[in-house]
Design a protein around this ligand. Structure first.
Ligand code: FE
Ligand code: FE
Ligand code: ZN
Length: 278
């Protein structure tokens, strides 16, 4: 079964997102856990979550991806911002424990000049503080474009973080097609080679989700600007190969392209048309 969906607004709650997803023929979706710029969060609405869980079961909605605010920085050089990142992640995970088939995705962070190794240490320390043995929510580290002082642009950096986390069985990876191409992994010319490298360095069993985006910028640009499907540097053929690759085709795919709902509906239909049923 092809699991395909897109980023949705979470402002009206879980049940509303589920209904919106179904209305555009999506069977997975992503959303921000709170305002991506600030930290404001609505009170936990257990009735909405229970209604969503029932709706998702009835309508065949699979894994959903809760995206941490992208302003969180667990490896900031300021202690209060590191604490804010940890507190926010802990609260997000605690809330997600109520939601069926939810995973939690976050950007590892930016070391802001402290160096990649120091950044890796602080990111792992944050995870060691927030993860707990009974949690069922899987936490995904997103592969980054390597913009500025971003950590996570190299597979080795993701692996180094995982290696320092005690409850590493709670961790997975989300591969963003725009980010890895911008980072210098040629998924257009050599998808098999990139996946072999991912497998060697991280292990493909860690790969739990794909952000399926085209890129506005050329290979290795370290920019991170998403483009609509088929209209960027990756192109339709490369993205078709990604969704059909035997090692990827059963994963959930989430569009984060610059679109309103109608654009997402069209891209979901386009990708469904390109997916080869086994
Ligand atoms: Fe992201
Ligand atoms: Fe992404
Ligand atoms: Zn991005």
């Amino acid at each position: 079964m092809f699991k395909i969906g897109c980023h949705l607004s979470s402002s009206d709650g879980y049940l509303a997102m589920g209904k919106t997803a179904v209305s555009i023929d999506a069977n997975v979706f992503q959303f921000f856990t709170r305002n991506p710029r600030g930290g404001a969060v609505k009170p936990l609405d257990l009735e909405d979550i229970a209604a969503y869980n029932a709706f998702a079961r009835e309508n065949g909605i699979a894994e959903i991806l809760a995206h941490a605010p992208y302003t969180l920085n667990p490896c900031s050089d300021k202690a209060h911002l590191r604490k804010f990142a940890r507190d926010t992640m802990a609260d997000d995970i605690r809330r997600l424990e109520h939601v069926d088939r939810a995973m939690y995705n976050f950007h590892p962070g930016s070391h802001v000049g402290q160096g990649t190794e120091a950044g890796i240490e602080m990111i792992a320390a944050a995870l060691n503080e927030v993860l707990f043995p009974e949690q069922k929510t899987l936490v995904l580290l997103e592969t980054m474009a390597g913009k500025g002082s971003e950590v996570g642009g190299r597979f080795e950096e993701i692996r180094a973080i995982i290696d320092k986390v005690m409850l590493a069985d709670k961790l997975g990876v989300c591969l963003d097609t725009c980010h890895v191409y911008d980072a210098g992994y040629d998924i257009v010319g050599d998808l098999d080679g990139v996946l072999a490298e991912f497998d060697r360095v991280i292990g493909l069993e860690r790969l739990k989700a794909i952000h399926i985006n085209d890129s506005k910028n050329p290979f290795g640009s370290h920019k991170d600007r998403h483009e609509t499907i088929g209209n960027g540097a990756l192109g339709l053929e490369a993205l078709k190969a990604v969704i059909n690759h035997p090692r990827l085709r059963n994963l959930p795919f989430y569009l984060e392209t610059p679109n309103e709902l109608e654009g997402y509906r069209q891209e979901i239909a386009l990708l469904r048309g390109l997916y080869e049923e086994a």
